[in-house]
Design a protein around this ligand. Structure first.
Ligand code: ATP
Ligand code: MG
Length: 230
């Protein structure tokens, strides 16, 4: 059963490859939360050659941050669609400017954040993960050939569609993404210093129970099986 006294409005922060997508999948299953991932949204737009996709493609390919205004309007649109339910944001905000814009949007929607979780995974663990990572672009589901392989090699478990390698998951571009992250991480954490907590571990299996505990203890939500459309 779920005791929805307070809907979940969660930000997941953390370096590239820290497992935000994996944790989001689990939270979606256990708390029925809508998962809004800026990276997944951008990749979908790039694949579909939408206007936003065309504007973002070069930045994403090079591992650079896409301009704030583009992200802000993309995420605003998604949040408006989610309505009053539980949601979590993964990969947004990435800059203090984006965080300030999000504050305004959430004020307007009267949906205050109630949890910010910062994932901390050692950098030497992350590079290995990234090289083994495959994704199902339409859904954002992530697989790892060594510890979370798809049931059928190269295919998404749910849809059976082909998996792809993210072009920015190569060592050179990954280095740029990590660099970008390091510049922005502290200012962003400072922005949320009053609500943010940090969880650490080498694996997503180590980290997930810590996240769940925070949600249960702070918000009184109870995990259970859920299915949602996003
Ligand atoms: P991971 O998916 O492993 O956590 P990541 O956080 O680097 O890695 P995504 O969040 O998928 O990857 O983002 C991929 C790319 O999309 C980024 O390198 C950047 O170009 C762009 N991007 C995503 N979110 C934002 C954002 N909030 N602001 C600016 N650019 C963004
Ligand atoms: Mg991601």
């Amino acid at each position: 059963p779920i005791n929805a006294l307070q809907p979940l409005r969660l930000l997941l922060l953390g370096s590239p490859g820290s497992g935000k997508g994996t944790q989001s999948e689990r939270l979606k299953t256990n708390f029925g939360v809508s998962h809004l991932s800026s990276g997944d949204l951008l990749r979908k737009n790039i694949n579909q050659h939408s206007v936003i996709g065309q504007q973002a493609a070069d930045f994403v390919a090079q591992g650079k941050l896409v301009p704030d205004n583009l992200l802000v309007s993309l995420v605003d649109r998604e949040l408006a669609q989610v309505g009053g339910g539980n949601w979590l944001l993964d990969g947004f905000p990435r800059t203090v400017k984006q965080a300030q814009a999000l504050d305004k949007t959430l004020d307007r929607l009267m949906q205050p954040l109630n949890l910010v979780i910062n994932l901390e995974v050692p950098e030497e663990v992350i590079l290995g993960r990234i090289m083994d990572r495959w994704v199902h672009i339409p859904s954002g589901r992530v697989y790892n050939l060594s510890y979370n392989p798809p049931r059928v090699h190269g295919l998404d478990d749910i849809t059976g569609e082909p998996l792809s390698k993210r072009p920015d998951d190569c060592p050179d571009v990954f280095r740029v993404r990590m660099q970008q992250h390091k510049v922005m991480a502290d200012p962003l954490l400072n922005h949320y210093s009053k609500v943010a907590i940090t969880v650490q571990g080498n694996t997503s299996d180590e980290i997930y129970p810590q996240i769940e505990r925070e949600i249960v203890n702070r918000l009184g939500l109870l995990p259970g099986a859920h299915t949602t459309s996003t």
